[in-house]
Write a protein that binds this ligand. Structure first.
Ligand SMILES: Cc1cc2nc3c(=O)[nH]c(=O)nc-3n(C[C@H](O)[C@H](O)[C@H](O)COP(=O)(O)OP(=O)(O)OC[C@H]3O[C@@H](n4cnc5c(N)ncnc54)[C@H](O)[C@@H]3O)c2cc1C
Ligand code: FES
Length: 254
């Protein structure tokens, strides 16, 4: 189940940053900021475990804590043509990036992908944006291109004859499951398009103290040096797409 919560608060957050969301007596977990318009802040989340299930059942007026904003954010130059690649709840921060980049005169190619049509998120929101071309992909072909959204993106780049001298897009932003990010990283290298990817690791403090979100072999903390990192940094992270660590530092392969 996916939910979007709106809080009557602003943290002055930028697209790509996250908040630590606290349910008193239960847990505190990181979540991407789905928008912060100076008045209200949104998060979009899946109810997958204890904390997110309890959060999903909460009602208006219940007590939820927010700490942040934390981490790095996506960066662009005015009037760039950007490709935004989103999988799962990654559509939420990508929508936030889209809203802000459009204010700077950027134009967008948005690639949203999911297993099947009912899992596609933020389509209505992306469709309503100016200066935006939306590309949809589903693994089972129930909507849009049949296959992964990165395959779809690759086909579009071929079709548009992207080249270094005549770039179709200037930068790629991506947020979604790590296997999707691995494909984006490869596509970014293949087409020589700079990219910024949002990586997730187990987070506790959110601001560089506990060391739980450190990645091998660089030793950078993804809560402050990430979650958004350039593909150049990503390529140096040997655990990228291979394994991640849990709350006690134990490795789990993807
Ligand atoms: C930077 C960042 C941004 C995220 N943004 C979103 C978002 O926008 N929407 C969303 O639905 N989810 C997001 N997540 C994932 C979210 O934090 C987990 O889904 C949530 O922690 C699950 O908690 P749980 O207690 O419900 O489930 P659990 O059963 O405790 O955990 C389910 C899985 O979630 C992950 N997880 C649990 N606790 C943490 C933690 N403290 N830090 C990182 N991962 C954890 C683990 O992989 C675990 O296997 C983000 C994670 C990170 C690191
Ligand atoms: S979450 Fe504690 S150092 Fe990153």
């Amino acid at each position: 189940m996916v939910q979007t919560f709106t809080f009557d608060v602003t943290l002055g957050a930028k697209p790509g940053q996250f908040v630590m969301v606290w349910v008193p007596g239960i847990d505190e977990v990181p979540m991407s900021i789905a928008s912060d318009n100076g008045k209200q802040l949104k998060i979009t989340f899946f109810a997958v475990g204890d904390m997110t299930r309890i959060l999903a059942a909460m009602k208006k007026g219940d007590l939820v804590g927010l700490r942040g904003p934390f981490g790095t954010h996506y960066r662009w130059k005015p009037k760039q043509h950007l490709a935004l690649v989103a999988g799962g709840y990654g559509a939420a921060p990508m929508y936030f990036a889209a809203l802000e980049a459009i204010k700077d005169g950027c134009t967008l190619e948005v690639f949203v992908g999911a297993r099947s049509s009912e899992h596609l998120l933020y389509l209505k929101e992306f469709k309503s944006l100016p200066k935006t071309t939306l590309h949809v992909a589903t693994d089972n072909g129930s909507k849009g291109f049949q296959g992964f959204n990165v395959q779809n993106f690759d086909a579009v780049l071929k079709d548009k004859k992207h080249s270094k001298t005549k770039p179709f897009v200037h930068q790629i932003f991506a947020c979604g499951p790590e296997r999707m990010l691995v494909s984006v990283s490869a596509l970014s290298a293949k087409w020589k398009i700079p990219s910024q990817l949002s990586l997730e690791r187990y987070m506790k403090c959110g601001y560089g103290l506990c060391g739980n979100c450190v990645v091998d072999p660089l030793g950078i903390r993804l809560c402050i040096d990430g979650p958004v990192v350039s593909n150049d940094v990503c390529k140096k992270i040997t655990e990228f797409g291979v394994y991640h660590r849990d709350a006690i530092g134990k490795k789990h392969t993807f």
